[in-house]
Design a protein around this ligand. Structure first.
Ligand SMILES: Cc1ncc(COP(=O)(O)O)c(C=O)c1O
Length: 339
């Protein structure tokens, strides 16, 4: 099977497995795991933040980000397609007792005007607007990079309005590599940042929340309360550190293959939104029928917005898989258009 459902499906490389096997470990809840400590320090430095905390998932780092930046009953503003809103099981209400308010914007980008119009004036009737949550790259928009100038503008507006800013950077390094801009440039405009080692970077598990010392101190309490305190986590932290050290630059290969796949599918007659990173949205009409036909050809993808499917390149997808997918999709297109 060629698995293009997500960049989360990758398996650890041999070198990564070796790093895991050789990892020195200790009890991380006591702060004594040398590998976890090294990883947290490395990622904080990479993102230009004072501190970072290692957690089991991007959902947890996002939700701890919301928790440390808000108080009960306050409001979080985010894009209507945000992972935090759509795919995290209602956790903002469940874990932080906050209300979310969705905004619209092309490619996941929220304009300063839209933000200003949504922020509530101080009034006993209204929830307090407290946090702006942005996502880069934007998953449901098809892996779109959040342009740095737009990000800085809306984050600056948020701060001027008294809001804090959280960045869901599950694929921040895809954005950095695609744009040729260091990840820390976006992070400078956010109070807290979540990054994942388990997406395009290819680690089997693990995400980090980075921010100021005080926020990350609070995040340690929240992680314990949310059930994310791990013990000899150095075994998995070693895979994450290996991913950050060795798999960032190579994301350019995933982006290049995504472009090649998009061009091939376009030539085969599909309506393809040109990919900026490793995720692409392909218009197929009947998504369910297309996915079933594709699976019969040995290729897996996922449904996206109505009439579209999502294909994702990653560490375990090479040139052969790209060619085979184009051939399979071409056969399906020829068969369905001759019906
Ligand atoms: C943009 C974004 N944020 C957060 C997450 C959550 O990550 P996890 O699956 O590790 O909880 C994902 C997962 O795909 C994602 O795409």
């Amino acid at each position: 099977m060629i698995d293009l459902r997500s960049d989360t499906v990758t398996r650890p490389t041999e070198a990564m497995r070796r790093a895991m096997a050789e990892a020195p470990v200790g009890d991380d809840v006591f702060g004594e795991d040398p590998m976890v400590n090294a990883l947290e320090e490395y990622v904080a430095g990479l993102l230009g933040k004072e501190a970072a905390i290692y957690c089991p998932s991007g959902t947890m780092t996002n939700q701890i980000g919301l928790f440390v930046n808000t108080n009960r009953g306050e409001e979080v503003l985010l894009h209507e397609g945000a992972h935090v809103y759509v795919y995290e099981a209602g956790a903002p209400a469940l874990l932080s007792s906050v209300q979310v308010r969705t905004l619209t914007g092309e490619g996941g980008v929220i304009s300063s005007d839209a933000l200003r119009a949504a922020v509530r004036p101080e009034n006993v009737h209204f929830p307090r607007s407290r946090l702006l949550c942005l996502e880069n790259t934007h998953n449901t928009a098809g892996g779109k990079v959040y342009p740095l100038e737009d990000f800085a503008a809306v984050a600056g507006e948020a701060r001027a309005l008294g809001l804090k800013v959280h960045l869901d950077g599950a694929r921040l390094f895809n954005a950095a590599v695609a744009a040729g801009v260091p990840a820390r440039e976006w992070c400078a405009h956010a109070d807290t940042v979540s990054v994942c080692s388990s997406k395009g970077l290819g680690a089997p598990v693990g995400s980090l929340l980075a921010g100021g010392e005080e926020d990350i101190h609070e995040a340690r309490r929240a992680r314990k309360a949310f059930g994310g305190g791990m013990r000899q986590a150095g075994v998995i932290a070693a895979a994450s550190l290996h991913a950050f050290e060795h798999h960032v630059e190579r994301l350019a290969e995933d982006h290049e293959r995504a472009k090649r796949l998009a061009a091939g599918l376009q030539s085969a007659g599909y309506d393809v939104e040109p990919p900026e990173t490793n995720i692409m949205l392909v218009g197929v009409g009947d998504a369910e029928g297309f996915l079933a036909a594709l699976a019969r050809e040995g290729v897996l993808a996922t449904p996206a917005k109505a009439g579209y499917v999502r294909l994702c390149t990653h560490l375990d997808v090479g040139d052969w898989e790209i060619e085979a997918t184009i051939e399979a999709a071409s056969r399906i297109h020829a068969e369905t258009s001759s019906l």
